[in-house]
Design a protein around this ligand. Sequence first.
Ligand SMILES: [Mg+2]
Length: 261
Amino acid sequence: MPYTTPTSAASAASHRLPRPPCVATDWALFLDLDGTLCGYRDDPADVALTPRLRGLLSGLAARLDGAVCILSGRSAADLQRVLAGLPLPQIAEHGGAGVAARDAAYRAQLDAVEAVLRAIATAYPGTWVERKPSSCVLHYRAAADHAECLESAVTPLLPLHAGLRLLRGLFVYEFAARGHDKGTALSAQMQRAPFAGRMPVAVGDDVTDEDAFAAAAALRGFGVAVGPRASAAARFRLADADAVADWIAALVGDPAATARS
Ligand SMILES: [Mg+2]
């Protein structure tokens, strides 16, 4: 199955963003997963953390007294699979996880949208539908030539379902719960120990991370955009997932180097 991949549609402005300062131990870090800690794979089920990255994240959590949160659009089950064994709080589905389980009316709206998205996927080979517990996604990386038609097919759904919002990510249309995004999730997490009182720093590669960047900035922190995508709210930029790993390694040391010595 296809999955999203970073676009080359970079703006000159995004390239001008400087590298972030070194990670400080009094920060609260919010890290996206796909495209930020890991590269994209055609099948998201193939994504796994390397031993080096596992070592880095464990070391990071220790140095920041546990104030390291994975903030992802993936389902909770997916995150638990990828992050198994790591002592990291996880926020799934852009902060909207659990909404459908609590709200039957919302669940019905999501079911209706899923049915239409599956019909669209049948009409456009190369697209596919991912149903998460509280959101539903149409992936179209392998049908990018049909982007305009897909936009026309998808957008009329939104006014029909008041509980939903439409996220336009990298080759994805995602219908998710209105009122829940990575920004609201970050703000809520910052109320809790061990995050409270620290400076929030959000790191991510996709448009859905912009909410987290803005929320971090509102709490006197900042956002770090990953990859070439233009960012309206980030103050800094790292080139790719390898650069993110190296940035973390500058604080905690490199497990691979330690193992070799
Ligand atoms: Mg991402």
